[in-house]
Design a binder for this molecule. Structure first.
Ligand code: MV4
Length: 651
């Protein structure tokens, strides 16, 4: 019996596993790195044990510390989640040796699937369909040329030790084989320390269809239907759904039976996934087996009504599978998207930072959100950048799709860049609506899916200014409110002999916009629903706003834009400035000095760049003139009020 379970993981999957454990009356033990001390998985656990460090190698991968934590907390079992130690045969073996239950397959089954060519040999023997190819020990050029000749070009070279698409090379014709093989071998040697290759028929525009399998310790195995995970970006899954659209019951059974056969051939126990390539003609081929619970398991749970973590824990305790094959339901349709902290404008670079705003869609029938964060948490650069998974279930695929789109529109994230808009565009794409799925989906539709780099147009700034004046506490005091004689909110004040001074200056990211006047006629803000209504030319548009810690957030084209008052330094030019000099408006450091003494500058030219409160601020020349002296240097820390630059005004 498991009455205490240690979860050797973090984030959403640790929270997910703990939820079921709690429901089963099991005491939960979290382990955590130093940076995760206040993470959700730690706060939700009954017992939390620090591992130290930040990087996985210094924390969640420390086998000895995790085993010691299990013993110290009285845990009988360890659930590894996914990633980290989940497919580490050495860890599974160490658990077995120390009398701890590893919630996963036997170490021998992990080993069996570790090498691609060995796995293929095993699957071939078990009668699981393979892509025609060669996966033997001979590694000379002639062997590969002969094999490719036999299977027919194009062929695909894959590293035996590889995975996730690394070290793969398509070869179109015999003349290219020598160079392709040498280069693939070099890459495999440097990536995996193992140059061995295999070659397969290259399947054009395949779908990624995987079967969820389960096996108990009594020799029984079942499949819980399939998932289509064809929508991937650089071998990273983005959207997953169950069942696979268009899969006939006959094909489902054929793939399911093959997957169970694959599992039984290696003495599998617990949850596993057998991945197949499915070609346009409905032929399927074994790709690999994942010996863990997968990220996308919720879509299977949604269409079967089963709790796969409960199944894992029951099987791990020696119980029989809860259902026979005939009893496994397939109800409706479910789709999942992975919300990642990443910069879609910048080659999907992982993003990090504080979740200044984080609001999940409301829980409702057929909706599910699995996450491991809350507002104010930090998305750190040390771990996988997935923030949450959103899952929608419907009677039909279209119902699930529309429900998931609604969930995406309710999701609010600010402070960290995410792929929220990218996901919305995929779900809204006509080709996705028509279920035109294959692994080329994202590259094929990239132009429509990839958000153009941020350009905030005039309309955005108009809405932002109205929102600021009507919704921000105190903002309207700078203006005459609506209902007064003039419909214009005049933001300019005149001073004899001086140019008009802008009173509202907003900033959004790196862009800023000054306003002399803002027309708020026909506009209203409703604080309870947090919506701004703008009526123009008989048409009312509705805008969603959020106000949090002094900033305004405006929902604009499927993402949230943070709007602040522009840089107080802008005010320096006018008010904090001694005659001919520029002072630091706040404590900070000098990032860059852009000018030299004696240099002539135009009005508005950037003289210095300061960093304060993690933001960069430009110090600009108020008027054209000559730089007389500079009193600071790059990298220097400066106090508020320090004179930084002296300007000589033209005579
Ligand atoms: C293939 C293939 C076409 N033909 N094998 C990519 C990752 C690795 N697990 C297997 N992969 C592929 N193997 C043959 N013989 C195309 C892919 C492939 C792919 C597979 C699944 C999901 C997305 C993919 C994206 C590009 C290529």
């Amino acid at each position: 019996m498991i009455n205490t379970l240690l979860i050797a993981n973090r984030g959403e999957i640790a929270c997910r596993v703990m939820r079921t454990a709690r429901e089963m009356g099991i005491t939960t033990v979290a382990v955590h790195s130093d940076v995760d001390r206040q993470a959700q998985h730690v706060l939700q656990a009954d017992i939390a044990i620090g591992l130290g460090g930040a990087k996985p190698a210094d924390s969640y991968l420390l086998v000895d510390k995790i085993l010691a934590a299990a013993h110290a907390s009285g845990a009988q079992a360890i659930h590894p989640g996914y990633g980290f130690l989940s497919e580490n045969a050495g860890f599974a073996r160490a658990c077995e040796e120390q009398g701890l239950i590893f919630v996963g397959p036997p170490a021998s089954a992990i080993d069996a699937m570790g090498s691609k060519s060995a796995a293929k040999a095993l699957m071939e023997k078990a009668g699981v369909p393979l892509v025609p190819g060669y996966h033997g020990d001979e590694q000379d050029l002639q062997t590969f040329v002969t094999a490719a000749e036999r299977i027919g070009y194009p062929v695909l070279l894959k590293a035996t030790a590889g995975g996730g698409g690394k070290g793969m090379k398509v070869v179109e014709r015999e003349a290219d084989m020598a160079e392709a093989l040498a280069s693939a071998q070099r890459e495999a040697q440097s990536s995996f320390g193992d140059a061995r290759m295999l070659v397969e028929k290259y399947v054009l525009q395949p779908r990624h269809v995987e079967i969820q399998v389960f096996a108990d310790q009594h020799g029984k195995g079942v499949y819980l239907n399939e998932r289509d995970c064809s929508i991937q970006r650089r071998h990273q899954k983005v959207v997953e759904e169950a069942p696979a659209p268009g899969l006939s019951p006959e094909l489902r059974k054929a793939m399911g039976d093959a997957a169970v056969k694959a599992a039984q051939a290696i003495g599998y126990v617990g949850a596993g996934t057998v991945e197949f390539l499915l070609d346009a003609r409905g032929e399927f081929f074994f790709m690999e087996m994942n010996t863990r619970l997968q990220v996308e398991h919720p879509v299977t749970e949604a269409i079967t009504g089963q709790d796969l973590v409960a199944w894992q824990l029951r099987v791990a305790q020696g119980e029989k599978l809860p259902l026979t094959q005939e009893q496994v339901p397939l109800m409706g349709h479910a789709i999942e998207v992975r919300l990642y902290a990443e910069d879609t404008d910048n080659d999907f670079l992982p993003a990090s930072g504080t979740l200044q705003l984080y609001r999940e869609p409301t829980a409702d029938k057929g909706r599910r959100v699995d996450s491991g964060v809350t507002e104010g948490d930090v998305v750190s650069p040390f771990y996988d950048p997935m923030i949450a998974k959103l899952i929608a279930w419907g009677e039909t695929r279209e119902e699930a799709r529309l429900s998931l789109l609604a969930m995406l529109r309710e999701t609010v994230v600010a402070g960290v860049q995410t792929n929220l808009r990218f996901l919305t565009r995929i779900l809204a794409h006509p080709a996705f609506a028509k279920a035109e799925l294959d692994t080329g989906f994202i590259p094929r539709h990239a132009e429509q899916l990839l958000p153009a780099p941020e350009t905030l147009d005039e309309q955005f700034w108009r809405v932002a200014a109205k929102a600021w004046l009507l919704a921000m506490p105190g903002a309207s005091s700078v203006a005459s409110g609506p209902g007064e004689s003039s419909p214009w909110t005049d933001l300019t004040s005149w001073r004899a002999g001086l140019p008009a001074r802008t009173r509202l200056h907003l900033r959004c990211g790196e862009l800023d916009q000054p306003f002399a006047a803002v027309d708020v006629t026909g506009c209203s803000y409703c604080p309870t629903t947090q919506t701004l209504l703008i009526t123009e030319a008989q048409q009312t548009s509705r805008h969603r706003l959020l106000i949090s810690s002094g900033a305004l957030y405006l929902h604009w084209h499927d993402s949230w834009q943070r709007i602040d008052r522009f840089d107080p330094i802008a005010e320096v030019d006018h008010s904090h400035q001694h005659a001919g000099g520029l002072q630091a408006p706040m404590n900070g450091s000098v990032v860059r000095v852009m000018v030299e003494p004696g240099q002539q500058v135009e009005a508005g030219a950037v003289l210095l760049v300061l960093e304060a409160m993690k933001m960069e601020h430009s110090i600009r020349a108020a008027e054209a003139g000559t730089v007389k002296a500079i009193f600071c240097a790059e990298g220097e820390l400066i106090a508020e009020g320090t004179l930084l630059v002296e300007m000589e005004e033209p005579q």
